[in-house]
Design a protein around this ligand. Structure first.
Ligand SMILES: NC(=O)c1ccc[n+]([C@@H]2O[C@H](COP(=O)([O-])OP(=O)(O)OC[C@H]3O[C@@H](n4cnc5c(N)ncnc54)[C@H](OP(=O)(O)O)[C@@H]3O)[C@@H](O)[C@H]2O)c1
Length: 234
């Protein structure tokens, strides 16, 4: 059997990134987690244990990504999880906030893939995190709605160009046990729950399970997978 290849989690300091990284640490892979801050990346790597290391990169400054990733080799899975939260209503439009998110998700993610594509195993896989704001906009979601739409089409050209490397996207609904939602008032959460078919918000565990499926299933490429507890049905 091949030795486990390197798993890179860009945005490995957030709960979704950490949980995915932990899954692969526990399976014996070398894992690299990134943050904008080297100390935070290293602290997360130490917390995850095993053969996990941290490195710093800023997706909103994509010219620096190549040098940040240059030491990596033998990449088996790449997960792009990082996010800049841009709450941006068009009547009060904040250009710099929008630029950060658009650059991070559409250019920064793509630059990571560009740099690591030369270091990937032939059967490697890439997973891009999007979300549901493309189909379910809300006031202030202008940039995230646009960017999630971009993620859902970006995978098509990447899956074609990088084949046999597989490229998929995951689109979680509100993940109830992430900090973003744990801090919301009960009325907000109850309202969201009432709009799911399952009668609950999805969990980090649900998203990790689906992420691992997309990273590992050898027949799946160019797929956008919603993990939302049936949120689109209501
Ligand atoms: N949470 C949800 O309910 C939910 C729902 C739908 C989709 N998602 C998707 O799931 C992913 C994770 O969401 P989350 O809520 O867990 O995120 P989060 O808690 O806001 O964490 C954001 C992550 O992105 C990193 N980051 C921020 N700016 C960066 C930059 N300029 N360059 C590089 N890294 C940067 C942060 O690392 P440092 O701060 O350490 O740099 C952190 O690891 C996102 O892609 C999001 O679109 C989440």
């Amino acid at each position: 059997m091949d030795k486990p290849g390197t798993v890179v989690v860009v945005g490995g300091t957030c709960e979704l990134g950490k949980h995915l990284a932990q899954h692969y640490v526990d399976k014996g892979h070398p894992v690299v987690v990134t943050s904008r801050d080297l100390g935070r990346a290293q602290a997360t790597a130490a917390e995850l244990g095993g053969n996990c290391t941290g490195l710093a990169l800023d997706l909103a400054h994509p010219h620096g990504i190549a040098s940040a990733l240059e030491g990596l080799e033998d990449v088996q899975h790449l997960a792009l999880v990082a996010l800049h939260r841009d709450d941006n209503k068009v009547r009060e439009y904040k250009i710099d906030e929008a630029l950060k998110l658009v650059t991070l998700k559409l250019v920064g993610y793509t630059e990571c893939i560009h740099v690591l594509s030369a270091k990937m195993r032939e059967d490697a896989s890439i997973l891009i995190f999007g979300g549901l704001a493309a189909q379910q906009p809300y006031p202030g979601s202008t940039t995230i709605t646009t960017v999630n739409g971009g993620v859902s089409t970006l995978i098509n050209s990447l899956a074609l160009e990088l084949s046999p490397v597989r490229v998929n996207a995951i689109h979680p609904g509100q993940v109830g046990d992430t900090p973003a939602w744990l801090s919301k008032p009960k009325e907000v959460i109850d309202n969201l729950i009432s709009r799911t078919a399952l009668g609950r918000l999805v969990t980090i565990e649900d998203v990790t399970h689906a992420a691992v499926f997309l990273l590992e299933n050898r027949g799946v490429t160019g797929v956008n997978l919603r993990v939302d507890g049936g949120r689109m049905m209501k």
